[in-house]
Design a protein around this ligand. Structure first.
Ligand SMILES: [Cu+2]
Length: 385
């Protein structure tokens, strides 16, 4: 799509269940954003709906089903019902020779009991663009090219670590939004629903693997071959020794240049879980309550809000706010500016703070993007007016 250019999309539900499409990262009214909790009507089985909107903001977005799965690990985000969405900026100053779009996904999940007795999904296959390593078309490049790669983690529940053997990533954007300090890193971390846009200089001719850093996940298929022109043979993987990722690397270098704090209303949100019983998925709570019994928080249009996330559970949570972009302000006590996202990973036992302006009238859903967590109550609504 092109920024500012209206589109009409026809969605035909050929499945046998009611479906709904969420346009993740776009600023859309609740009637079409794609969450039943906000009031978007579902699409009945066999029916077609048309959605007309002007896409904004520019950047790398994605779209996906937004139904619940419960114990059916073939439904909702466990299925392949997701796609990539690029909103091209009006002006595109990016200089690159080739552009690739990659979606990570995990397939054929089964619920397996963990040590503490609760159930978690475990997967048979992990893919890049729907193919296990060695079965998809390679990314074909030439020496000297500057390549831009847009990656989304479309897994229902799993975070992923990626490295590109023989190469490094220069991270340009997180969740489709340019970062203040692009930096070069050896690996990327994406929790469910997160996106990364990175540039890679093709300066090491050969045939390489771009894939999951953890051996068992790459063995389950998560990787893609990158092939230089005039090179052939078996793709080479170089195993990194440690896992490294830090959002704050990409924040503004000089935080003092930002003007004094404007009036900000704080909203504390504490995440906890409740063990329901052996063989069952945990119940999730925000401020002690599970959706739909959570409090709907009222926001005044135009006001600035800071959400203070306290994760008092033993799981990490990639939390997502619909219809807004927020600025990351602190992570585990470290302050930061300039990182704009719509999904952020709040680690177990940790805290994070994000800030946004309530500029979207109506209901906006806030939830953990891990399908099993949102299905088990990790959702709430904001109402702006
Ligand atoms: Cu979660």
């Amino acid at each position: 799509m092109k920024e500012g250019v209206p589109v009409t999309i026809e969605v035909n539900n050929q499945s046998s269940d009611p479906e709904i499409v969420h346009w993740h990262g776009l600023f859309l009214p609740p009637e079409i954003d794609g969450a039943m909790e906000e009031g978007t009507p579902h699409i009945a089985a066999g029916m077609t709906k048309h959605y007309s909107f002007t896409p904004e903001p520019a950047g790398f977005r994605w779209y996906h089903t937004h139904v619940s799965a419960g114990n059916d690990l073939k439904r909702a985000l466990y299925s392949g019902q997701h796609g990539l969405l690029m909103v091209e900026p009006r002006e595109n100053p990016g200089y690159y020779d080739q552009e690739f779009f990659l979606a990570l996904h995990d397939w054929e999940g089964t619920l397996v009991g963990s040590d503490d007795g609760s159930m978690n999904p475990v997967y048979n296959y992990s893919t890049v663009n729907g193919k296990v390593l060695g079965f998809g078309e390679p990314l074909r490049v030439r020496q000297g090219q500057r390549v831009r790669i847009h990656i989304v983690n479309a897994s229902a529940t799993e975070p992923h670590w990626l490295a590109f053997s023989g190469h490094q990533f220069r991270v340009l954007a997180l969740d489709g939004n340019p970062v203040p300090s692009p930096r070069t890193v050896t690996m990327l971390h994406l929790s469910p629903a997160e996106r990364i846009t990175a540039e890679v200089e093709m300066n090491n001719p050969g045939v390489w693997v771009l894939g999951e850093v953890r051996k068992h996940v790459q063995a389950a298929g998560m990787g893609i071959v990158v092939e230089y022109a005039d090179h052939s043979g078996k793709a080479v993987w170089q195993q990194p020794q440690t896992l490294e990722w830090d959002y704050l690397l990409f924040g503004a270098e000089n935080t003092s240049e930002h003007s004094a704090e404007i009036n900000v209303n704080t909203v504390p949100l504490t995440f906890t879980s409740k063990f329901v019983g052996h063989g069952a998925m945990d119940r999730w709570m925000i401020n002690g309550r599970s959706f739909p019994d959570t409090e709907t928080i009222r926001l005044k249009l135009g006001q600035r809000y800071r959400l203070i996330f306290k994760n008092e559970s033993k799981d990490d949570h990639p939390v997502h706010l619909h219809r807004h972009t927020f600025e990351l302000r602190s992570m585990a006590g470290r302050k930061v500016r300039g990182i704009l996202k719509d999904t952020i990973l709040v680690k177990a036992g940790s805290e994070a703070e994000v800030e946004f302006t309530a500029n979207a009238p109506g209901l906006s859903l806030f939830h953990c993007h891990q399908q099993d967590h949102m299905d088990m109550g990790f959702m709430m609504l904001f109402q702006s007016n």
